[in-house]
Ligand binder design. Structure first.
Ligand SMILES: [Zn+2]
Ligand SMILES: [Zn+2]
Length: 131
C-alpha cells in the first residue's frame, strides 16, 4: 500500500511506502505552535519509506531542539515532517498525517503530552491519553 500526501499549495508531494505507525496527537507546546492548532497528528515510517516526489527544494527545516528537525513547505507553510537526528528513532520520520491525500484508518490513535495541552481544548474521555 502506497500513501500519497502533499502540502497546501501542492508544491511538495510525497509518498509513503509503508503504513504510518504510532499514530499520535501531540499536545506538546512545540507541536501546538508549529501547527497553530490544538495538537499535531503524526504517524511514523522508516526514513527509507518516505519518498519526496516533488518540491524537495521548497522544504525548509527548523531545528526546534538540538536533536529535532521540523520540516515544512516554504511556500505555504504546511507542516510536513519531524525527525530526530539521534537516538533509537533516528531512522524514522514522523509525517503530519493531515497532509495525506490517501484515506487512512489507523488501528490505534493516542493523545500524547496531554499535560501540556491547550487550556481551551478537552481530550475526549473515550480517547487514550498519556502525559
Ligand atoms: Zn506548499
Ligand atoms: Zn509534540
Amino acid at each position: 500500500m502506497v500513501f500519497h500526501g502533499s502540502c497546501l499549495c501542492a508544491a511538495v508531494s510525497y509518498e509513503l511506502l509503508s503504513v504510518p505507525k504510532a499514530v499520535s496527537h501531540c499536545h506538546c507546546g512545540q507541536c501546538r505552535k508549529s501547527h497553530g492548532a490544538a495538537f499535531a497528528t503524526y504517524g511514523s515510517v522508516p526514513r527509507s519509506d518516505l519518498r519526496i516526489l516533488s518540491g524537495a527544494a521548497a522544504i525548509k527545516s527548523y531545528a526546534s531542539s538540538e536533536t529535532v528537525l521540523r520540516q515544512f513547505c516554504s511556500h505555504c507553510g504546511s507542516t510536513l515532517f519531524w525527525s530526530r537526528s539521534q537516538g533509537e528513532y533516528a531512522q524514522w520520520i514522523s509525517v503530519a498525517l493531515a497532509t495525506l491525500d490517501t484515506p487512512f484508518a489507523p488501528r490505534q490513535q493516542k493523545h500524547v503530552h496531554a499535560a501540556s495541552k491547550a487550556s481551551w481544548y478537552e481530550i475526549p474521555p473515550s480517547c487514550s491519553s498519556f502525559e
